[in-house]
Write a protein that binds this ligand. Structure first.
Ligand code: MRU
Length: 316
């Protein structure tokens, strides 16, 4: 299954807001509907947003205002703006050239995820001749966050295929529960042993022992290696450093933003109080309660053991 694709003149994507209850493909024919899908996280995850951005330029035609709105639909994942820019650069050559670029980005993403899976699994099993590994992850960095397979979860899938995966411990990922709704769904489909973990339990479980590595995706990696990813990633990195557990970021080269020198320059999306004080329409906190809701955090590069990309392993 592809999370996002171009089918008969339209963007088709899995509506991730409806998972795990139902897996529904939606067909999107206008750029405004695509922008809405991005904002409400029907399509999400940095690599998938890169493909969505590029395909969105095809839908936008030459509408520069719509392209600017698409580019800014979510600010943190650099892949969205990157995908838009890559495709928009071909506008002077016409629609076919834009579409060709978008489809190339889609195909390169599929190949990149396969390469990251292999490289990440090699890295984790190097010098460990046998036995399964226990992996901890946060949010969803699986096939739903890319076109197929994904980044951090793609490594888990490769380990599973090699008979080297003992278990994935997936953080539930408040407030939108990408771990509980999406990662657990993907792992079940994959046939991978897994258990869900409350976000606050992550660092304690690392301290208690038995986790071999933390694997996370990335939304933007600054030139110095500082990495923005789903809120809760930084706490896991701190816990992993304290416990001596390798903390590995898995992301395609397209997530590295050389124009941003350090993590301080990364814009962090704030998604407002409503997502915190309610869950799926049900009020949790007393009426009138305010909340702060950064959707991402930045893990400083010195807490990262390695960054695995489709081309290389980057160490501090
Ligand atoms: O808000 P989301 O669900 O788009 O956040 C996604 C993440 O933080 C992922 O970890 C990241 O995009 C990498 S996905 C391979």
């Amino acid at each position: 299954m592809r999370t996002i694709d171009w089918v008969d003149g339209a963007v088709e994507l899995v509506d991730q807001t409806r998972l795990p209850d139902e897996c529904v493909m939606v067909r999107i024919t206008t750029v405004d509907r695509l922008i809405d899908a991005i904002r409400r996280l029907a399509v999400r995850g940095a690599p998938a947003l890169g493909v969505a951005g590029a395909l969105g330029v095809v839908l936008a035609g030459g509408d520069r205002d719509a392209i600017a709105r698409l580019r800014a639909a979510r600010p943190t994942a650099v892949n969205l703006a990157w995908g838009v820019d890559q495709a928009a650069a071909w506008l002077p050559k016409g629609r076919e050239a834009v579409l060709e670029t978008a489809l190339r980005i889609r195909d390169e993403d599929i190949a990149a995820c396969l390469a990251m899976g292999e490289r990440g699994a090699d890295l984790l099993t190097e010098g460990r001749p046998g036995g399964g590994l226990r992996i901890m992850t946060v949010c969803n960095a699986g096939g739903l966050a890319a076109v197929e397979r994904g980044t951090a979860l793609g490594v888990a899938q490769t380990l599973l295929e090699r008979g080297r995966l003992a278990e994935v411990l997936a953080l539930e990922t408040r407030p939108l529960l990408q771990g509980a709704r999406l990662t657990a769904w993907e792992l079940a489909r994959m046939g991978a042993p897994h258990r869900l973990v409350a976000d606050g339990a992550g660092p304690y479980l690392l301290a208690r022992g038995g986790v071999d590595a933390v694997l996370v995706g990335a939304d933007r990696i600054a030139a110095n290696g500082d990495t923005a990813n789903k809120i809760g990633t930084y706490a896991l990195a701190l816990g992993a450093a304290r416990a001596g557990v390798p903390f590995v970021v898995v992301a395609p080269e397209t997530t590295i933003d050389f124009a941003t020198p350090t993590g301080d320059g990364i814009e962090i999306e704030d998604r407002g109080a409503e997502e915190i004080v309610t869950v799926r329409g049900m009020r949790l906190a007393p009426e009138g309660t305010d909340a702060v809701n950064p959707a991402f955090d930045v893990t400083p590069h010195d807490l990262i053991t390695a960054i695995v990309t489709d081309k290389r392993v980057i160490r501090p």
